[in-house]
Write a protein that binds this ligand. Structure first.
Ligand SMILES: N[C@@H](CCC(=O)N[C@@H](CS)C(=O)NCC(=O)O)C(=O)O
Length: 217
């Protein structure tokens, strides 16, 4: 099987989404910012030719280049053998797609971009987190988690239906990071459904055990 490359850094939540799908389907892949032996600078000319807004991940597969994590995971699932991560039925596939896009566009933003990035890359005085920004954005992060919890209660142990799907792949990297936050910035407690879902996925899916690990690099 042809190897694909994920242009991303290992801690990127969206990069991990693509990585999870490769792991789950056992697609041979490499990941990083070195491509064919050359470092491709973040937001440099080559990266911007691949992604007009300079975002990660970008999938490189032979002479094919694909950006945007939702498109990437759908392509990986359609193109490669291994467990199918989307339903065949067009309506159910569209509903899964809807969930993937809600996760990518709103839930990831509320958790990662508007809340956790403020902790990881603090912009306050002397490199401290801006507590007013965190306080302001915390309700939206909690609302996002409540929505995930509602979906989990309606589905069969996964985020869409009763099997691991593209929705789980899209959600788990950012939900995993949410489980790692410590007081006073914590968003989930160990007895809540989201925390237990993440830990269950790590315990039952080797893909999740490998990808859902603390930030490295
Ligand atoms: N809509 C994009 C979002 C990707 C994204 O925001 N990636 C982050 C890393 S997790 C990034 O490249 N951030 C750099 C930036 O925004 O300048 C996708 O789904 O792939």
């Amino acid at each position: 099987m042809q190897k694909v490359h994920i242009y991303s850094v290992p801690f990127s939540s969206f990069g991990r989404v693509a990585q999870l799908v490769c792991e789950e389907k056992q697609i041979p892949y490499s990941m990083g910012t070195t491509v064919a032996g050359h470092e491709v600078p973040f937001k440099g000319e080559q990266h911007l030719a691949w992604h007009p807004y300079g975002k990660m991940p970008v999938l490189l597969s032979g002479d094919k280049v694909l950006c945007e994590s939702s498109s990437i995971i759908r392509y990986l699932d359609n193109q490669f053998p291994g467990p199918k991560l989307q339903p065949q039925d067009p309506w159910l596939a569209a509903k899964l797609d809807e969930r993937v896009l809600l996760l990518a566009n709103y839930i990831n933003h509320a958790l990662i971009r508007d809340y956790m990035l403020e902790l990881v890359f603090p912009k306050g005085p002397e490199g401290t987190p801006r507590l007013d920004v965190i306080e302001m954005n915390k309700p939206a992060a909690l609302d996002a988690l409540a929505l995930v919890e509602k979906w989990l209660s309606e589905e069969g142990g996964y985020l869409f239906g009763s099997e691991f799907s593209l929705a789980d792949a899209m959600a788990l990297p950012s939900l995993y990071y949410a489980t790692q936050l410590k007081t006073p910035f914590a968003l989930v407690s160990e007895d809540c459904a989201v925390y237990q879902y993440v830990m269950r996925m790590k315990a039952t899916h080797p893909s999740c055990a490998k990808v859902l690990v603390p930030k490295q690099g």
